[in-house]
Design a protein around this ligand. Structure first.
Ligand SMILES: O=C(O)CCC(=O)C(=O)O
Ligand SMILES: [Fe+2]
Length: 346
């Protein structure tokens, strides 16, 4: 009798960031492993990141309390009130490639005053501004800002390791993230399939920036599409973040670094899924450079796969605004109506 075993599912690799700060030999080995991960997946689990587990626990617990506030409290800070795309979105408000996503979320970014806007100021300057915070949960603000600072530190550390993996000086990207990178942070709740109107938690997409630092609570749902079109699950692993590289790095390396397509399927009936996603991006007034890779890496460049439905611009601010306008049509109509007649982002 032949015994058929189920094929072992491919899973994402795990890298330990503390090795980047260890002995020169260890660091070199780490950077070498990172190089093949970046080329094969663009997705991995990160350990050794040094974030206080208590901070993570508090952020997740407080995010859950935010979502359980009465709807009217959450709607006081609805995103549509903010020209800077900050605030709360009900499930079904957001879109990926035109299809409704089924998740509620609170978006923040760098806490800042609005930019001064003159007649010639590019529209993306209006992305800068203050966040909206819930009056009914004052502890959320200091916690999320502390967490945002921590994941920014990790993101920049990972970016330095990526630079080293590409045979570049560690600070090769510093010119386009200093003095102030984009720091989009979302706390997210995916309701179960009994209440969701679709099983699309978030539709298939690539992230736009340098790297994403994703914290998943306990429910699975994240899936990653590999180069050969196979979808693999990326379930939560306690103590880790999922790191994935974004389109900016794909563009800067002529496709040597992968920005993998991923999605989230809505949890089963009766289960909710929580996550906290942080997107490290460059300064909005930057232009994405082309990094000259060493010969051996250059040979493995894939080139850029252009999605005609979702063009990407080398001008970062224009890109950031384009993706916000597409994801949040209600905010676009309320604050950027003059841009919608022409092509979004221009
Ligand atoms: O919620 C997650 O686990 C991932 C979300 C995601 O991919 C995104 O917001 O870009
Ligand atoms: Fe994503």
């Amino acid at each position: 009798m032949t015994v058929h075993t189920t094929p072992v599912e491919a899973s994402l690799p795990t890298l330990d960031l503390s090795r980047f700060h260890a002995s020169p030999e260890e660091r070199q080995a780490f950077v070498g492993e990172l190089r093949s991960v970046l080329h094969d997946h663009g997705f991995f689990y990160l350990t050794g990141h040094g974030v206080d587990p208590k901070l993570i626990e508090d952020v997740v617990a407080t995010a859950k309390r935010f979502f359980s506030l009465p709807l009217e409290e959450k709607l006081k800070i609805e995103m549509v009130k903010s020209p800077h795309f900050r605030g709360y979105n009900r499930a079904g408000q957001e879109r990926t490639r035109g299809e409704q996503d089924w998740r509620e979320q609170l978006d923040i970014n760098t806490e800042d005053a609005p930019a001064e806007i003159g007649p010639d100021t590019p529209a993306w300057r209006r992305l800068q501004g203050p966040n909206q915070w819930p009056e009914a949960l004052p502890e959320l603000k200091p916690l999320l800002l502390a967490y945002q600072a921590e994941v920014t530190r990790i993101g920049i550390d990972v970016l330095k390791a990526i630079a080293a993996a590409l045979g570049q000086p560690e600070n090769v990207f510093a010119d386009i993230y200093q003095p102030q990178p984009s720091q989009l942070l979302k706390i997210i709740r995916y309701p179960g399939r009994d209440v969701a109107e679709t099983d699309q938690g978030v539709g298939a997409h690539k992230d736009g920036g340098f790297v994403t630092v994703l914290l998943q609570d306990t429910a699975p749902g994240l899936r990653v599409r590999t180069e050969d079109g196979v979808w693999i699950d990326a379930p939560p692993v306690p103590g880790t973040f999922v790191i994935n590289t974004g389109e900016l790095l794909e563009l800067a390396t002529n496709g040597f670094v992968r920005a993998d397509v991923h999605d989230v399927i809505a949890p089963p009936a009766g289960v909710e899924r929580f996550s906290v996603a942080f997107f490290l991006g460059s300064r909005p007034d930057a232009t994405i450079p082309v990094i000259e890779l060493p010969e051996d890496l250059k040979r493995a460049e894939r080139g850029i796969s252009v999605d005609p439905l979702n063009p990407i611009f080398r001008e970062v601010g224009q890109n950031q605004l384009k993706s916000r306008l597409r994801s949040h049509p209600d905010v676009a109509r309320a604050h950027y109506a003059e841009l919608l007649a022409s092509e979004p982002g221009h």
